[in-house]
Write a protein that binds this ligand. Structure first.
Ligand SMILES: C[S@@+](CC[C@H](N)C(=O)[O-])C[C@H]1O[C@@H](n2cnc3c(N)ncnc32)[C@H](O)[C@@H]1O
Length: 274
């Protein structure tokens, strides 16, 4: 396991992922019934930002002009809680976004396999009694914790994709989810480097019986196969209006984050209808 998210924290893919996550968390808040959030690849929870890091092309571009992005106000509000001054020094990971939305009746289950990241995560979650941190592989943890007893909530699957078997493990996890927690909300992050790889992933997801929409957020041309040209989120059981909101708000965001040399493209695909 070589992957450490600190190198990537706050980059373009994180902005996209955590913005969508914030919208889902807001939607869960609209009803009083308790919910459970499962984060299968939780990371360290909070990251220090250093000069020259990938965040400079992500949150770093938006932060000084955040007043101009009212659609992202709730996302920026969470980032601001970790950055009390004007300067951006820290970036919250998905567990922090989740923690900020938990009411006393709600719960979060965080899974992280890397020992050091997991111990940072324990520390970051101190004082949050509704949060359980588990040093366990996501693929075992999902089987143990899904479905949650609340039968309402979200499973976020966000692997590093450094192992060849991770796309197949994601598909197996979704197959388990569709059998045991059909009405849960699912968000699955994936990199987009080439169209061929992504299309075969989509076919496998559909064959597993998962009725997913794919939200693609691309900022660089797809002919640069070795780079992270964009990323996507599979969304299963999206909250009401989520996809419409993303259809309106993501294109200008992709254009801004792509910069002058980029190639912004946002697509929202109903995989079951292909
Ligand atoms: C992309 S990062 C997660 C970022 C986090 N979800 C966020 O948005 O802030 C992926 C994390 O998965 C962890 N990881 C890798 N393989 C894992 C596995 N099989 N089970 C659980 N965690 C794993 C890595 O150590 C890394 O911290």
């Amino acid at each position: 396991m070589n992957y450490r998210h600190s190198y990537h924290a706050g980059n373009t893919a994180d902005v996209f992922k955590h913005y969508v996550l914030t919208l889902v968390l807001e939607a869960l808040h609209r009803k009083e019934a308790p919910f459970c959030l499962v984060d299968s690849h939780a990371g360290a929870g909070i990251y220090s930002l250093r000069r020259g890091g990938e965040h400079e092309h992500g949150i770093g571009r938006l932060w000084p002009e955040r007043e101009r992005w009212p659609a992202l106000a709730s996302y920026f509000e969470i980032v601001a809680r970790f950055n009390p001054g004007e300067k951006l020094k820290q970036y919250p990971g998905s567990p922090m976004f989740m923690r900020e939305f938990l009411r006393p009746v709600d719960r979060a289950v965080l899974l992280e396999l890397h020992p050091q990241e997991c111990s940072f995560l324990h520390e970051a979650m101190r004082g949050a009694p509704q949060v359980g941190v588990h040093h366990v592989s996501a693929w075992n943890g999902i089987r143990a914790f899904v479905p949650p007893k609340e039968n309402r909530g979200l499973l976020l699957i966000d692997p590093p994709y450094e192992q060849m078997n991770e796309p197949a493990a994601v598909v197996a996890a979704l197959r388990h989810g569709m059998h045991h927690w059909r009405n849960g909300i699912y968000l699955v992050w994936y990199p987009i480097k080439s169209r061929r790889t992504v299309d075969s992933f989509y076919r496998a997801v559909t064959a597993a019986g998962a009725p997913a929409h794919a939200v693609e957020f691309i900022t660089l041309p797809l002919d640069m196969e070795l780079r992270l040209n964009g990323s996507g989120l599979l969304v299963i059981n999206p909250p009401w209006h989520l996809l419409d909101t993303l259809g309106a708000t993501l294109p200008p965001l992709a254009a801004r984050l792509a910069g002058e040399d980029g190639s912004p493209q946002v697509r929202i695909l109903d995989l079951a209808a292909r």
